[in-house]
Design a protein around this ligand. Structure first.
Ligand SMILES: NC(=O)c1ccc[n+]([C@@H]2O[C@H](COP(=O)([O-])OP(=O)(O)OC[C@H]3O[C@@H](n4cnc5c(N)ncnc54)[C@H](O)[C@@H]3O)[C@@H](O)[C@H]2O)c1
Ligand SMILES: O=C(O)C[C@H](O)C(=O)O
Length: 343
């Protein structure tokens, strides 16, 4: 696929992309004159990391791309760096280079960690990935405490709270800067809904709230647009398929890992939304697993409006305004203890 085509895929699929692009130009940024933004990817040589590095290299909002992994970074960095787009690419290979990779980062994306194999749940990854995420977040706290952190590593329902605790222990926690990436659930919900409703997938919007594991993934198909007359059975089946989407891929890959390409696509959409938010583009809304007061749960995925304003005094950006807009759904405690949604 040609670079220009891929770029337009990203542009089209970002929420309110038309409005966003208009806004970008109304603020006088062409891609060449967009503010300098550094993005770091931790775990850049992995199954997600490599295609995500490619997609972020194609993003015109990125001026510096830091690729970090404990194995295989030089090859990936050399390869991606030959692509003739705006950003300068640097690879960082070892523990002692992590600080350099992170310094000055506006957005840090973390797909570092082990993926599932058939028969495992995301929770089975906790032991290994908790340690990886903890050490990476300690470095973020030290080298780029103001960065927006996009957590991909599983189990997201736990790695995000772990990151929050690490940042708190370093006195740098800002809940407005920590995001669990649940965009893949939205991507899946849109695809499955479009197929069932027989509508153009590019026009589809489906909010997905809750968390990122099994029944905690709550796609709100009744609030999907464009409206379609689906039966309760159809909605039940779509919900189940969205909740089991990760397992569907794990089983299809038969021991060779979990979703990587669709996740890279979803991660690129979410990071792009963060960059737009940092650049002052209004009404950038994506669902994300964040610290929340929407339910009694401390963290919950809902629509996050990334309203971020430039504080003008500094070249650094501070996030001044932040709201979580939730759908009109009412919440109740289900007998299982999981939060479910009544509409
Ligand atoms: N949030 C989501 O929707 C979602 C979707 C798919 C996968 N995931 C998760 O993303 C993670 C990565 O999946 P993958 O398929 O890319 O796995 P992978 O094994 O292909 O890649 C992981 C990479 O992380 C690197 N790594 C390990 N420890 C590291 C450290 N301390 N610092 C830097 N890099 C380190 C490895 O060297 C490897 O290159 C898994 O935990 C997986 O479950 C999340
Ligand atoms: O299912 C997994 O283990 C990976 C990821 O969380 C996904 O939803 O694809």
């Amino acid at each position: 696929m040609k670079a220009a085509m891929l770029r337009s895929v990203i542009r089209r699929s970002t929420t309110s992309s038309a409005a966003t692009n208009t806004c970008l130009s109304s603020r006088g940024f062409s891609s060449e004159s967009a503010p300098e933004r550094k993005v770091a990817i931790l775990g850049a040589a992995g199954g997600i990391g490599q295609p995500l590095s490619l997609l972020m290299k194609l993003n015109p909002l990125v001026s510096r791309l830091a690729l970090y992994d404990i194995a295989g970074t030089p090859g990936v960095a050399a390869d991606v760096s030959h692509i003739n787009t705006r950003s300068e690419v640097k690879g960082y290979a070892a523990d002692e280079q992590l600080g350099q990779a992170l310094e000055g980062s506006d957005v840090v994306i973390i797909p570092a960690g082990v993926p599932r194999k058939p028969g495992m749940t995301r929770d089975d990854l906790f032991k290994i990935n908790a340690g990886i995420v903890k050490s990476l977040c300690e470095a973020i706290a030290k080298y780029c405490p103001n960065a927006l952190v996009n957590m991909i590593s599983n189990p997201v329902n736990s790695t995000v709270p772990i990151a929050a605790e690490v940042f708190k222990s370093h006195g740098v926690y800002d809940e407005k800067r920590l995001f669990g990436v649940t965009t893949l659930d939205v991507v899946r919900a849109k695809t499955f809904y479009a197929g069932k409703a027989n509508v153009n997938v590019a026009d589809v919007n489906v909010p997905v709230i809750g968390g990122h594991a099994g029944v905690t993934i709550l796609p709100l198909f009744s609030q999907a647009s464009p409206r379609a007359n689906l039966s309760d059975e159809d909605i039940k089946a779509l919900t189940k398929r969205t909740q089991d989407g990760g397992t569907e891929v794990v089983e299809a890959k038969a021991g060779k890992g979990s979703a990587t390409l669709s996740m890279a696509y979803a991660g690129a959409i979410f990071a792009d939304a963060c960059l737009k938010g940092l650049n002052g583009v209004p009404d950038v809304v994506e669902c994300s697993y964040v610290q929340s007061t929407v339910t009694e749960l401390p963290f919950f995925a809902s629509k996050v409006d990334e309203e971020i304003e430039d504080n003008k005094k500094d070249t650094k950006i501070s996030m001044l305004a932040y709201t979580i807009k939730v759908t009109s759904a009412r919440y109740r405690k289900a007998p299982t203890g999981n939060t479910s949604v009544q509409e």
